[in-house]
Design a protein around this ligand. Structure first.
Ligand SMILES: N[C@@H](CCC(=O)N[C@@H](CS)C(=O)NCC(=O)O)C(=O)O
Length: 94
């Protein structure tokens, strides 16, 4: 098994198994061998409509990628699957 590329950043992906938009980000993270944590948001029970989730993404949609850089303590929240894919390609080019 190929070891993951060095990255100091941690990734949390807010996702749901029936979300095709979130699944394209899952595919990209696996393709780039980037470790990440799934945080499931149950679309069928409208968990994405809760105030807690709206605080994370006011558009109340998946996916959301939370990027934490432990060296600076900064946390970046990205939404929109294509924007997330662009970020991953720029941060971790093949
Ligand atoms: N253009 C957005 C679309 C996001 C989107 O519509 N996500 C769906 C899941 S695939 C969602 O969260 N739907 C819940 C809703 O809109 O109520 C993207 O590509 O990320």
């Amino acid at each position: 098994m190929t070891p993951p590329p060095p990255t100091s950043k941690t990734y949390i992906l807010y996702t749901y198994y029936q979300s095709t938009c979130a699944n394209r980000v899952v595919i990209a993270l696996h393709h780039k061998s980037l470790p990440f944590t799934h945080h499931y948001i149950d679309l069928r029970s409208a968990e994405h409509e809760t105030a807690a989730f709206a605080a994370l993404n006011p558009s109340r949609s998946l996916p959301v990628l939370v990027i934490t850089d432990p060296t600076t303590g900064t946390e970046t929240i990205l939404t929109q699957s294509v924007a997330i894919l662009e970020y991953l390609e720029e941060a971790h080019p093949d």
